[in-house]
Design a protein around this ligand. Structure first.
Ligand code: MG
Length: 335
């Protein structure tokens, strides 16, 4: 792959992650609630509403834990020359301390439990043994970015990235689906169908890793979400159906299939994917981050309106997206 193309796709994946996260951050818990509060679709970056139970106080364009952790994970990968279990643990603990995790509303349940165990000195292969929520998948897109076209390699590294916090088969399956889809989105001739199929295949492969745990099939539920996304109903009816049947909550078996649903509904356009993720509501920022990371890795940075990039940089001065993208690009080139 030409260097410029590869860099554009890595930038697209990273800015896509941030776009979906920040765009859907203000969305409320249910589709109708979001629709009524905002008087329709969310069509620009907005502040979180005062009534938001998790994000109140966040300003327009600000990302949440999903992108903060993705950047922390990417920085560890760049420093370590790849994904290592120790690097992931270090990245997540540093992030947790930086945001004042003990007092923060937006640390997820598995991550909070795992970080506390890591700090007590528990073995890293044990700290994530009950982690089964969507934190595994919300940060993992950056792992896909260093495996252009290599779904299998992305799945193996997705597993490593899960170990300290989400070391269950169902969580690894969800993380593998996102990392695998991102990896499949990067070749120049990638097509949306192939990206979705790769996500399903990666979800199946991911089930071979981690502690045996319970949970629905993410691969099959991706299929159902995409079917709903392409059914002949209005956009709002399809999102409501997705919300009712798949669910858009913290469960990784809900959020990951929904990410593929909104991606398919938007035909992989990054901004439209973000609009649908916000309309879907629930854990909208996580669904948006995962879906838009895939969309961005597919379409590349050229698919983004420059004003979106500017706003994301301005609203998140602590995160140097361009430097991280360059670091990931250099890492791919070195390997
Ligand atoms: Mg979040």
């Amino acid at each position: 792959m030409q260097g410029q193309t590869l860099l554009s796709k890595i930038q697209g994946g990273l800015y896509g992650q941030a776009l979906g996260d920040a765009w859907a951050m203000p969305a409320l818990m249910r589709p109708l609630e979001t629709w009524q509060h905002f008087g329709g679709w969310i069509t620009q970056f907005l502040d979180a509403p005062e009534i938001h139970p998790v994000h109140r106080g966040l300003r327009a364009g600000q990302v949440t834990d999903d992108t903060e952790q993705a950047v922390a994970l990417a920085e560890a990968m760049i420093a370590d020359g790849g994904v290592t279990v120790e690097g992931v643990a270090r990245a997540i603990c540093n992030w947790y301390d930086r945001i004042g995790g003990d007092a923060s509303m937006y640390v997820g349940p598995s991550t909070r439990r795992a970080v506390q165990a890591i700090k007590r000195g528990v073995d890293l292969y044990q700290t994530g043994r009950f982690g089964d929520t969507n934190g595994a998948s919300m940060r993992v897109s950056v792992v896909g970015l260093i495996h252009p076209g290599d779904v299998e390699g992305a799945v193996k590294d997705a597993y490593l990235s899960c170990i300290p916090t989400h070391n269950t088969d169902v969580a690894v399956s969800g993380a593998a689906a996102i990392a695998g889809a991102v990896a499949a989105a990067m070749p120049l001739d990638a097509e949306l169908e192939g990206i979705i199929t790769a996500g399903q295949k990666a979800a199946e492969m991911g089930l071979a890793y981690g502690t045996p745990w319970m949970g629905a099939s993410i691969a099959k539920r991706i299929g159902i979400a995409v079917e709903i996304a392409r059914s002949h109903r209005s956009e709002r009816e399809r999102l409501q159906e997705m919300y009712d049947v798949i669910g858009a909550g913290l469960a990784i078996t809900e959020a990951v299939p929904c990410a593929f649903g909104v991606l398919a509904m938007a035909e992989g356009d990054p901004k439209q994917t973000a609009i649908y993720a916000a309309g879907l509501s629930g854990d909208a920022d996580t669904v948006g981050a995962m879906a838009c990371a895939i969309a961005g890795a597919w379409r590349g940075i050229v698919a983004f309106d420059p004003s979106i990039i500017q706003q994301l940089k301005k609203s998140n001065p602590a995160l140097d997206f361009d430097k991280v993208a360059q670091g990931l690009f250099d890492l791919v080139r070195r390997r």
